[in-house]
Design a protein around this ligand. Structure first.
Ligand SMILES: [Zn+2]
Length: 241
């Protein structure tokens, strides 16, 4: 199979993510076709995995090769949401869809409530190895932010299945990794705040929002009822014309 071609390329907070989502017709044997077992199928956790570097064919990289291997059914039953390395990142399973990565079974929270990020590394501590980890931390922060999750929702594969020492290259310094994710999360939140600056009050000025002005009291009361049922507080002020 020729190199995988993304359907979409997204730029997210400085990270380029290539998207080619597995669907029911994609021929991927282990595509679950199940939505996450969470409210509105929204991810509740981000699970970090490590998988080893592989020989890179000319013109491509590890992340593309792993993503393509999934499409070619060469990954056994493993299906994750993201593959990321020091240069590339592929999103191959929709975030609201159950993957197969946590070893906690068909109903385990790892598989059914979390999004899997597979960081491709070799554990050598080389600059490219560190870069892959750094990019993985950034992606984890982006996903936590997207789903409004706190840092406590960042999990390891081992959290779901203690016998599995994964992410093998990151676990020895897991708390440092968590701190990197925290830093990125704070950066993203700061960027968001900058993009939408908090309105400051003009001293001495006040603004009233009015939604109706009626000649018949019953009509005013009907509007109040409508607003209250929509979740707004409302009052009627009687005025003499
Ligand atoms: Zn793992």
């Amino acid at each position: 199979m020729a190199f995988l071609h993304p359907d979409k390329i997204n730029s997210l907070y400085g990270l380029t993510v290539k998207e080619k989502l597995i669907g029911a017709g994609s021929g991927v044997k282990y595509y679950s076709n199940r939505k996450l077992a969470t409210k509105d199928h929204k991810p509740e956790y981000i699970t970090i995995h490590n998988t080893p570097d592989i020989n890179e064919a000319a013109g491509t990289n590890d992340a593309e090769q792993y993503a393509r291997a999934t499409y070619n059914n060469n990954m056994g039953d493993v299906v994750v949401h993201y593959y990321i390395d020091e240069t590339d990142c592929w999103h191959i399973l929709a975030d609201d869809t159950v993957g197969w990565h946590a070893a906690d079974g068909v109903n385990g929270p790892g598989n059914t409530k979390s999004v899997a990020v597979e960081i491709i590394m070799d554990g050598s501590g080389s600059s490219s190895d560190k870069l892959a980890e750094e990019r993985g931390a950034r992606l984890a922060a982006i996903l936590l932010h997207r789903y409004g999750l706190g840092i406590d929702r960042l999990k390891t594969h081992r959290d779901w299945y203690p016998k599995k020492y994964c992410p093998a290259y990151i676990l020895p310094h897991w708390s440092a990794f968590v701190n990197r994710v925290k830093t990125y999360l704070a950066e993203i939140e700061a960027q968001e705040k900058k993009a939408a600056p908090a309105a400051s009050a003009a001293p001495g000025k006040h603004y009233r929002v009015q939604v109706g002005y009626y000649g018949v009291k019953a009509n005013a009361e009907a509007m109040v009822k409508k607003l209250k049922s929509a979740g707004f507080d409302a009052i009627i002020k009687e005025e003499s014309a």
